[in-house]
Design a protein around this ligand. Sequence first.
Ligand SMILES: Nc1ncnc2c1ncn2[C@@H]1O[C@H](COP(=O)(O)OP(=O)(O)OP(=O)(O)O)[C@@H](O)[C@H]1O
Length: 151
Amino acid sequence: MSQQVSPPSTQKYLPRLITKERELSWRVASNLFISFKYAWAGISYSFHTQRNFRIHLIVCTVAIALSILLQLQAVEIAVISITSGLVLALELVNTAIESVVDLTVKQTYHELAKIAKDCAAGAVLISALVAVVVATTLLLPPLVILILSNF
Ligand SMILES: Nc1ncnc2c1ncn2[C@@H]1O[C@H](COP(=O)(O)OP(=O)(O)OP(=O)(O)O)[C@@H](O)[C@H]1O
């Protein structure tokens, strides 16, 4: 005997959800400048509340500055910048996922909440490890040459 499964309730609202008005949103940015303002608010929130974001920001800034000071090739500076940007972007996504999970389950334990947070943290970790490998590979040789040439 087949059982009739009713579609999720959001199905009913889908045509309305994809309209420009986005009725479920508390507020929609009315222009590009306001979009940037909200994006900056997110970055600022992460900076002030997430220790890991601050650490990554400092390390990434140092890596990019060193790549410029050591006069690496343009493509090498670009690669270091891309991997650094990826780490910071994933930190922001991690913070967003943590907030949505906390909003959903509040202070209760849920196995799916754990999976979501652990996977988001794992994504940051992988990007950070790749960034370290890239930065070490590109920065270490010229840095060693510079140090040895001063002795
Ligand atoms: N509601 C929950 N249900 C189950 N496990 C949770 C829940 N909230 C947090 N955890 C577990 O605790 C860990 C730390 O969660 P928390 O929200 O403190 O992240 P965080 O320490 O701020 O992470 P990050 O260092 O990546 O910013 C999660 O990775 C998860 O394993």
